[in-house]
Design a protein around this ligand. Structure first.
Ligand code: SAH
Ligand code: SF4
Ligand code: F3S
Length: 463
């Protein structure tokens, strides 16, 4: 995982992107989605407008994910296609951002000479300058430095809202070093943004019509940002915990819903659990990854908690907010996982009853401690993943079916495929389809759920 800078961009701002078209393709987690929007805005200030295909673009930026082998391989298949496109359009500029850029920067330039810009997640504020240099004929630029300054402070403040739901990154990086995970290397150590900046950005989003904000961080519940905390939600140094930040956000008029992701079980503080019971804007949905139900595997993963401790956390959370919908991530086939370890994971799933889940087959990532260990047989890992997914899907459908007859809030997000149909998210983050000729996008309405279909619900507006 290199962090080096082979090129220094001169300050002389030569041609900017006036009139040029930018296509951004985003892989990976919500943090990448948020970053892509911020990069689009930074490039927008330099004259670029966004288009939705590489063919229509003067510059293509691929925002990559390195979490599993399959995710990072996508970059090279995209670059292959772009190389052909560049043959027909020699002026096309190609940029690579995100976690593969951070992890494999120099290697990308070596394997793909058609690439003009490689920019790591902490250097996005320097992207417009790199794009200018690319227009001036400078190819193969690399910037994967972790600067002392906060990248967000150096990106344009104003954000165009693209709908009533938005992401807002409040914390970046990770200090947990789970044995399988690249994030601490690609995103660096944990940094929390100051509360005042987050509140400003949230207010600006609300002014632009946003009603539902998801606070993002790789370990968002470890948030401890400079602020003026007192009482509930104040950390040791008078800084704000995530609970404090949520309580401050809940005072913004017009911000109707608050969510956060992703959380670590060891950072579910009492004040955050209390907030789930007390702050009406904090939605009843929690993504709390556990990865495995076997204590032996949890230890080998360096997760620093047991299955029992996780189950106890769930009990406390459910005591504060009984209708909360729980979601998690699981890894099948971690090195050393036996049939009985897998059975322990299945058992934990049965005990919790998840409403949503993401499960993955273990993928050895270069540079992580787990990659040194002998892997589980591929067919065995596949079979375990399938078994886990079958159980998780059945739980998802059962909880969806249990929503039928209940009344929930739905925030209309977009038009549906049918006439007069609107689609929005429920409080529990279910997609809900409603026929509502009078409804408007951005409206929060009361809906009675009438049916559960594969991955969504149907409902009737009642208020
Ligand atoms: N910060 C979050 C998750 C970040 S990555 C957390 O700690 O929960 C998202 C998910 O990808 C992880 O929860 C894990 O389930 C999965 N993942 C990460 N590295 C992986 C690997 N090497 N192989 C398979 N799945 C992995
Ligand atoms: Fe990766 Fe673990 Fe950090 Fe999550 S907590 S980002 S899984 S190292
Ligand atoms: Fe992927 Fe990086 Fe997110 S590795 S999951 S894009 S933090």
């Amino acid at each position: 995982m290199t962090s080096m800078k082979t090129e220094t961009i001169s300050a002389a701002p030569t041609p900017n992107g006036q009139g040029k078209k930018l296509f951004i393709k985003t892989y990976g987690c919500q943090m990448n989605v948020y970053d892509s929007e911020r990069m689009a805005e930074a490039m927008g200030s330099d004259g670029y407008t966004q288009v939705d295909s590489a063919e229509a673009a003067d510059m293509v930026l691929i925002n990559t994910c390195h979490i599993r082998e399959k995710a990072s391989e996508k970059l090279y298949s995209d670059l292959g296609r772009l190389r052909k496109l560049k043959k027909d359009k020699p002026d096309l500029k190609i940029g690579v951002a995100g976690c593969v850029a951070q992890a494999e920067g120099a290697e990308i330039l070596r394997r793909a000479p058609q690439v003009d810009v490689v920019v790591g997640p902490q250097a996005y504020h320097r992207l417009p300058a790199m794009a200018r240099a690319a227009l001036a004929g400078h190819t193969q630029q690399l910037d994967t430095d972790f600067p002392a300054e906060d990248k967000f402070d150096n990106l344009p403040k104003a954000r165009a809202a693209r709908g009533p739901m938005a992401f807002l990154t409040v914390q970046e990086g990770c200090d947990k070093f789970c044995a399988f995970c690249v994030v601490p290397y690609t995103r660096g150590s944990e940094v929390s943004r100051p509360a005042a900046r987050i509140l400003d950005e949230a207010r600006a989003l609300v002014e632009r019509g946003v009603r539902d904000i998801t606070l993002l961080g790789q370990n968002v519940n470890a948030y401890h940002g400079a602020g003026h905390g007192a009482g509930h939600g104040a950390g040791a140094q008078g800084d704000l915990t995530l609970a404090g930040l949520i309580r401050a956000l809940a005072k913004i008029d017009g911000l109707l819903r608050i969510r956060y992701t992703t959380s670590h079980p060891n950072d579910m503080g009492d004040d955050l659990i209390e907030a789930h019971g007390e702050v009406p804007q904090l939605m009843p949905y929690l993504h709390l990854p556990v990865q495995s139900g076997s204590d032996k595997i949890l230890k080998a993963m360096n997760r620093k908690h047991t299955a029992e401790q996780y189950l106890r956390q769930i009990e406390r959370i459910r005591a504060a907010r009984p209708d909360i919908l729980l979601s998690s991530d699981f890894i099948a086939g971690f090195p050393g996982e036996t049939d009985s370890d897998h059975a322990a994971t299945m058992d934990l799933i049965r005990q919790v009853r998840f409403g949503a889940a993401y499960s993955f087959k273990y993928s050895a990532r270069p540079g992580t401690p787990a990659a040194e260990k002998a892997e589980v047989d591929n067919d065995v890992a596949d079979a375990r993943l399938q078994e886990m997914q079958a159980l998780l899907s059945s739980q998802q459908y059962a909880l969806q079916a249990a929503m039928v007859g209940r009344e929930v809030g739905v925030l209309y997000e977009k038009a549906g495929r049918l006439d007069a149909q609107l689609v929005g998210k429920s409080d529990h983050l279910h997609a809900v389809h409603v026929i509502d000729p009078a409804g408007k996008i951005g409206e929060l309405v009361r809906v009675k759920i009438t049916a559960s279909v594969t991955n969504s619900l149907k409902g009737q507006r009642i208020g």
